[in-house]
Write a protein that binds this ligand. Structure first.
Ligand code: PGA
Length: 269
């Protein structure tokens, strides 16, 4: 399975800076390293992915071997939705992957599981790969709710997909075959909310517990990325966890050098 390094630029980098980053990245041999041994339904262009601001999207138009897409978008293609970004236009510009349900969207912009699920549905319609973010808050972790929260976010992501009740799991056993089939077309990013942008990283032992739990629920073939203060210094240790199939990187993705050293320091199977 490809080890994916995904950059979440958030609301950072000027147009000029984004352009320079991309020009330098295009010259890097990392884009040629691409194993084809993916057993799920995800069709990657390389191991690198970037989620730029929507206003940067046109810069990516002629980029062939980088997975990229929106940090957020609306679940309709067009219409009277002032201020929203059309997924269809991202697609038109060559995007292939969309970030969905980042904790900043869930908390600051009150995004619900239903919104998230509609966005996943839209991705499937447009043949875009959804990268779904899940993660617990500090309070939830302290009160031992982590796994329950993760499961309900994963479940919630399916809520608008018209899966019949008999094909939905309502026990603690794990997801049904139909649910797992849906997840084989999704990349999951586990990001403990308390580790995002704080410099705090979850302990490898805790990351392993959550990643194993997610894989157990949705299927071993699903890419599960870790995010939350990933940097060149901790990339190796975290990447050694077998159920970690990549990273979603915020702050340390803003400079090409540190982004690439995370990729280079990671242990790929
Ligand atoms: P961080 O952000 O690497 O700056 O913690 C990760 C993210 O929010 O995706």
């Amino acid at each position: 399975m490809n080890f994916i390094c995904a950059a979440n630029w958030k609301m950072n980098l000027s147009f000029k800076e984004a352009k320079a980053f991309l020009e330098d990245l295009k010259k890097n041999s990392v884009l040629a390293e691409h194993s084809k041994s993916v057993k799920n339904q995800i069709n990657l262009k390389s191991s690198i992915c970037i989620f730029p601001q929507a206003v940067h999207a046109s810069l990516f138009q002629d980029v062939k071997n980088i997975n990229w897409g929106a940090q957020d978008f609306y679940f309709e293609n067009q219409g009277a939705f002032t201020g929203q970004n059309s997924p269809d236009i991202f697609k038109e510009l060559g995007a292939n992957m969309m970030l969905i349900g980042h904790s900043e969207r869930r908390t600051l912009f009150h995004e619900s599981n239903s919104d998230i699920s509609k966005k996943i549905k839209k991705c499937f319609e447009l043949n875009l790969i959804p990268m779904l973010c899940v993660g617990e808050t500090f309070e939830q972790r302290k009160s031992n709710q982590t796994l329950e929260v993760i499961k309900s976010q994963l479940k919630g992501a399916l809520s608008e997909l018209n899966i019949s009740d008999s094909d939905l799991d309502d026990t603690n056993k794990g997801f049904t075959k139909v649910e797992k089939d849906v997840f084989s077309k999704i990349i999951v990013a586990y990001e403990p909310v308390w580790a995002i942008g704080t410099g705090l990283t979850a302990l490898p032992v805790d990351v392993k517990i959550v990643h194993d739990f997610i894989k157990n629920l949705v299927g071993d073939n699903v890419h599960v990325l870790y995010g939350g203060s990933v940097k060149p210094e901790n990339a190796k240790e975290l990447s050694m966890i077998l159920s970690v199939n990549g990273f979603l990187i915020g702050g340390a993705s803003l400079k090409l050098d540190s982004f690439l050293s995370i990729y280079n320091n990671s242990v790929k199977d």
